[in-house]
Each structure stands twice: as structure tokens, then as C-alpha cells.
Design a protein around this ligand. Structure first.
Ligand SMILES: Nc1ncnc2c1ncn2[C@@H]1O[C@H](COP(=O)(O)OP(=O)(O)OP(=O)(O)O)[C@@H](O)[C@H]1O
Ligand SMILES: [Mg+2]
Length: 597
């Protein structure tokens, strides 16, 4: 979302009250700065109001050299005062705005990061990011300039009107009856023209979309002999665009004619009336000049306030969205300090679960699984069976609808999230390397580890050798902007990461994409080292991986359909596991046959 797409929020008492929560995030020193800054703002607005008055006095004193010099000096002081106070005001406001922006950024980041997984499934990353860029940017701008401009314009309008009535009641009434009305009408007129402008832009966009579609899909157009159809379609759009553009041009012309006749006309009319009053002695010429300057100030401020009004509406919306997210309850990460079990055995007892986005769809249906300390459990089954979901529950990314999971005989629902997750290490199905060095990516498994342990982990993960072939070794940058590692290399980095964590329970969610035989072997032997003597849960797509697992569970549509050792399951006549093994065997034979004809 770009800044200009920020939706507006109706200005209501309620919306304003909710936005005032923002001030609670400011330290009291900042609230004072804002108050003092606003005082300085009032001073600059006041000095701005003195300007037309001084100018008028200078004109009336044009015959008296001394007085003339006096008013010239007065101008000098006026400008100096204005310069100093305006600088001080900006200094204070900028400080408040930037302090607030920093607080908002930090608080928002923290709050978002500590939301549960479901939140991240329900909110698109782009939307979340626009809270940081568009919304916070809008608030920042408001405190840097919009708010000050709005207040100054308001003061100028009110102060100006008071001054005008002191000068001449009659002329003021005439002025208020014309200039603000014309300004407001022209604002609406301007808005209307902008709306037509957007329509023209949209039509232009459509136009090029048609051309782009037909040029890229030219084979389709020609194959279906639809050239005539497309030419007519394009022509219709061009015609619409032509008419709309002419309409826009005419409206623009009407707008400038309106300004010439009404705005300039009303100004000349006021001068005409005013000069009559000067002639009859009701008013001095200088007074008329200040009057006309004030009129210009007021007209300009009314026009400017309309724009600030829109900005403030947008800010109200932005504040609300940002604060709602900041105040949203987060996951509670730590639980009581109860001692945690050291044993790594895991049980799933009668677990049923459906994702919050699709609660009626049972992804897991009354599952019970048990893995003893130091043993390996393998989970196999077709895609979508719910294998990764079991891991999501173990990590407490989601809570099961019924049943319970225990780790070392203690229900994980009674552990703190951090405590529970610290016992686990995951080599995930989709491996994401962060933008940074290989070293940092491995270190992510345990940021407290030293360099030696990182290299040790890489060696055990069979990653050290390929890392050493890069000219920059462990400092090689990977991720979006870095070099691209192969699937097998990425997996070995992820294994090194898990190795460094030295978890009680190791979880492998094997990648579905297949590796070539060589990296496959490297990955397998790295995994073997990692799993040695450790409780492990392995989700496997390549059945060769799990032949030696202590227990194999076959999951299908959220139900366990077979369970036992490799030998047990191979003994099941017509069993799912046995069929899968046979099918993969054929596949491998086929590939080997192709490779060695
Ligand atoms: N965050 C989610 N929200 C809603 N439904 C989900 C979510 N994640 C997964 N699912 C659904 O849950 C079911 C099980 O998904 P899961 O990822 O556990 O399958 P899997 O066995 O790991 O499959 P694969 O072998 O392809 O990795 C699927 O039908 C999937 O569409
Ligand atoms: Mg999966």
C-alpha cells in the first residue's frame, strides 16, 4: 500500500479519542516539547498576522521618512522573531515526531513478532509491512509538518478575521461573503477535476493492458482469427478515453475561467468597495492594503486547511491501525519456572486438530503416537496427510482441539513456549536461509555458540567441505542477495544449524524435492550423525531414509493406518507402506537403468 492509498477515517469524537492513545506512548518530556513547540507555533502565526498590519502602516507613513524607517526596522525585528521561533518550533516538533516514530516502529515490530502463527496466516506480509511504511510514515509526517500547518492555518484564519473586523465591519462582511465561498467552491471543483483525472489514468492503463495482452498472447489471437475482434475492442476503449480526455480538458478550462471571474473578480470588487471607503475617509489606504493582504492570507489558509484535513483523516486511520496492532495481546512466551524434564520421550495422545482457517476440516483425527527416549520415529504418508501439522502441534504453533502432547511425561501445554521450543530443533521442509553469511546462518541455531562449535557442526553436517570451496568460506553471503546454494547444500546448512542447537528432540521434515544420488548420500550420512542417540521424529518422502527407524507410522487423511517397524510393515500383504516401498524401488531401478543403459 502506498501512502496515497491510505484509507481516510471519518473525523469523529470517538476516532479522535482513540487516536489520543498515541500521546500515552510519548514520554512526558516529549509532551512538554510538543506543548512548547505549539506555543512557538502560535508566536510565528502571530508574527505572520502582524505582517499585513505593518505593511499597511508603512504605506500610510510614506510621507514621513522617520516613520518609514521605523516601520522598516519593525519589519526586520518581525522577520528575525519569526525566523527564530519557526526554527525552534521545527526543532521541537521534529524531535517529537522522530522519537514517536522510533517508539512506534519498535513497539510494532515487537508486537507483530510475538503474535502466534495463526496471526501470520491470517495477515499477508505485505499488509503487515504497510503498517510500518505507509501508516507509520503518515503519522511521522503529521507530527513533522501537517499538524503544525493545520494549527497555523487555523490561527491565521481566526486571527485574520478578528483583525478584519477591527479594520472595517462592512468590508469584512462583504469579504467573508465572497472569498471563502469562492475558495470552497474551487476546492470542490478541483477535487472533481482530480477525480476525472484518475478516470482518464485508469482508462489509459486499460488501454495499454489490452495491447499488452494481445501482443504477448498474439499466437492465441491469430490462431482464433480474432484480430478484428481485438481491433474493435481496442477501438472502443480508445473512443472512451478520447471522450473522457476532452471532458477533462473542458473542465480544466472551465476551472481557470471560474478562478479568473470569481476569485479575481471578487478581489477587485473588494478593492473597488474599499477604495470608495478610503475616498470617503472611513478607512486609510494602508488599512485597505492590510485588509487585502489578510484576505489573501485567509483565502490561502482555507485552501490549505482542506488538504491538511484530508491528511489528518488519513492519520486518524493510520494511528488506529498501528495502535490496534501494538495493543493486540501477544503469545505468552514463558510459563512458570517448573523444572523441565530432561527426558526426550514424546507422546501424542488422542490428538484431533483442524486449522483455525478451516475448523470443520479435521486435519488430524484422533492420533496417538509414542516415541521413547533415544529412538527414531518415522512418519510417512501421501501429501496433505497431516505430517507437517503434527510438527506444528509439537512446536505449539497451534493448539490441538482435543488430546494432549507430552514431552518427558510433562504436557507441553503446561510448559512455557520458549522452554518447550528450546528442547527442539527442526530441519524444516522448506529451508530458508537469511540474508547474511553462512556462519551467521549456522549460528542461528544457537547464537551463544563459539566459532569452533560452528565449524564442528558444519563438519558433522558434511557442509564444511563445500563451504571451504567458496573463496570467502564461512563469510560467503547467502540468501536473496547472496549466492544461491543448491537444495542439498541448503539442507546441510540447516542440519548444521540443528546440530549446533544440540536439542533433546530432533525433528526432520524432509524436503519433497529430490536430490541427486551424491548429495542425497551426503545429507543422509549427516543426518545419521545428528540423530545418533537422540530422540528423533523424521518425516520422510524417500523411504530409504527411514528403513532403520524404530517405529514407522503411516498417516493418511489425518488417520494412522499402519504402525510398526520396517519389517512389520513389509509383512502386511497389500499394505500401504509395502506398496510405497515397492513403487519407489521400481522408480529407483528405472532411474538407475536410464543412467546406465
Ligand atoms: N495453515 C494452514 N491453514 C489451513 N490449512 C492448512 C494449513 N497448513 C496445512 N493445511 C492443510 O492441512 C492439511 C495437512 O497439511 P500438512 O502440511 O500437514 O501435510 P503434509 O502431510 O505435511 O504434506 P506434504 O507431504 O505435502 O508436506 C492439508 O490439507 C493442508 O491443506
Ligand atoms: Mg509437509
Amino acid at each position: 500500500m502506498e501512502r496515497r492509498d491510505i484509507p481516510k477515517q471519518k473525523i469523529s469524537k470517538d476516532a479522535i479519542r482513540r487516536s489520543l492513545r498515541l500521546f500515552r506512548l510519548m514520554p512526558s518530556s516529549d509532551r512538554w516539547m510538543l506543548a512548547v513547540g505549539t506555543l512557538f507555533l502560535a508566536v510565528t502565526a502571530g508574527t505572520a498576522l502582524l505582517f499585513p498590519d505593518l505593511l499597511g502602516r508603512m504605506v500610510d507613513a510614506y510621507t514621513d521618512v522617520n516613520k518609514l524607517q521605523e516601520s522598516a526596522m519593525a519589519f526586520l525585528y518581525l522577520f528575525l522573531a519569526q525566523a527564530v521561533f519557526s526554527f525552534l518550533r521545527i526543532g521541537l516538533y521534529v524531535r517529537v515526531a522522530e522519537n514517536l516514530t522510533a517508539v512506534l516502529r519498535n513497539r510494532l515490530y515487537k508486537s507483530v513478532l510475538l503474535q502466534n502463527m495463526d496471526f501470520f496466516h491470517q495477515n499477508r506480509t505485505g499488509d503487515l509491512l504497510s503498517r510500518f511504511t505507509a501508516d507509520i510514515g503518515q503519522i511521522q509526517d503529521t507530527f513533522t509538518s501537517n499538524l503544525a500547518m493545520f494549527l497555523r492555518q487555523l490561527m491565521v484564519i481566526l486571527g485574520g478575521i478578528v483583525y478584519l473586523f477591527f479594520t472595517s465591519n462592512t468590508l469584512s462582511l462583504y469579504m467573508l461573503g465572497t472569498v471563502p465561498v469562492v475558495v470552497v467552491i474551487s476546492l470542490f471543483f478541483g477535487r472533481f477535476i482530480r477525480k476525472i483525472g484518475r478516470q482518464v489514468q485508469e482508462l489509459t492503463g486499460n488501454n495499454s493492458v489490452i495491447a499488452e495482452e494481445t501482443f504477448t498472447g498474439i499466437q492465441n489471437v491469430k490462431a482464433f482469427t480474432n484480430e478484428d475482434y481485438e481491433i474493435r475492442r481496442y477501438g472502443r476503449d480508445v473512443e472512451e478515453l478520447r471522450k473522457k480526455s476532452i471532458y477533462r480538458g473542458l473542465m480544466r478550462g472551465a476551472f481557470s475561467s471560474f478562478i479568473i471571474v470569481c476569485l479575481f473578480g471578487s478581489i477587485v470588487w473588494l478593492i473597488f468597495l474599499g477604495l470608495g471607503m478610503v475616498r470617503s475617509g472611513e478607512m486609510a489606504l494602508g488599512e485597505l492594503i492590510s485588509f487585502m493582504f489578510f484576505t489573501g492570507f485567509i483565502g490561502g489558509s482555507i485552501g490549505g486547511m482542506a488538504e491538511q484535513f484530508v491528511q489528518i483523516q488519513k492519520t486518524l486511520g493510520a494511528v488506529e491501525r498501528v495502535l490496534d496492532l501494538i495493543e493486540k495481546p501477544t503469545e505468552s512466551l514463558h510459563n512458570k519456572d517448573t523444572p523441565l524434564p530432561d527426558k526426550g520421550d514424546v507422546t501424542f495422545e488422542n490428538i484431533s486438530f483442524g486449522y483455525p482457517g478451516r475448523p470443520d476440516y479435521k486435519v488430524l483425527d484422533n492420533i496417538s503416537i509414542q516415541v521413547s527416549e533415544g529412538k527414531t520415529l518415522a512418519i510417512v504418508g501421501p501429501s496433505g496427510a497431516g505430517k507437517s501439522t503434527i510438527i506444528n502441534l509439537l512446536y505449539r504453533f497451534y493448539e490441538p482441539d482435543s488430546g494432549r502432547i507430552t514431552l518427558g511425561e510433562k504436557p507441553i501445554s503446561e510448559m512455557g513456549l520458549f522452554e518447550c521450543r528450546r528442547k527442539l530443533a527442526l530441519v524444516p521442509q522448506e529451508i530458508l536461509l537469511f540474508g547474511g553469511s553462512i556462519y551467521d546462518n549456522i549460528l542461528y541455531g544457537n547464537p551463544n555458540a563459539d566459532k569452533e562449535s560452528v565449524i564442528q557442526a558444519a563438519k558433522m553436517a558434511n557442509a564444511h567441505d563445500f563451504i571451504s570451496t567458496f573463496p570467502e568460506g564461512y563469510d560467503t553471503i547467502v540468501g536473496d542477495r547472496g549466492i544461491k546454494l543448491s537444495g542439498g547444500q541448503r539442507q546441510r546448512i540447516a542440519i548444521a544449524r540443528a546440530m549446533l542447537r544440540n536439542p533433546q528432540l530432533l525433528i526432520l521434515d524432509e524436503a519433497t524435492s529430490s536430490l541427486d544420488t551424491e548429495s542425497e548420500q551426503q545429507v543422509q550420512s549427516a543426518l545419521k550423525t545428528l540423530m545418533k542417540g537422540r530422540t528423533s521424529i523424521v518425516i520422510a518422502h524417500r523411504l530409504s531414509t527411514i528403513r532403520h527407524a524404530d517405529t514407522i507410522v503411516v498417516l493418511k487423511q489425518g488417520k494412522i493406518i499402519e504402525q510398526g517397524s520396517h519389517e512389520d510393515l513389509m509383512g502386511v500383504e497389500g499394505g500401504y507402506y509395502r506398496k510405497m516401498v515397492e513403487r519407489q524401488q521400481d522408480h529407483t531401478d528405472f532411474i538407475n537403468h536410464q543412467e546406465n543403459p
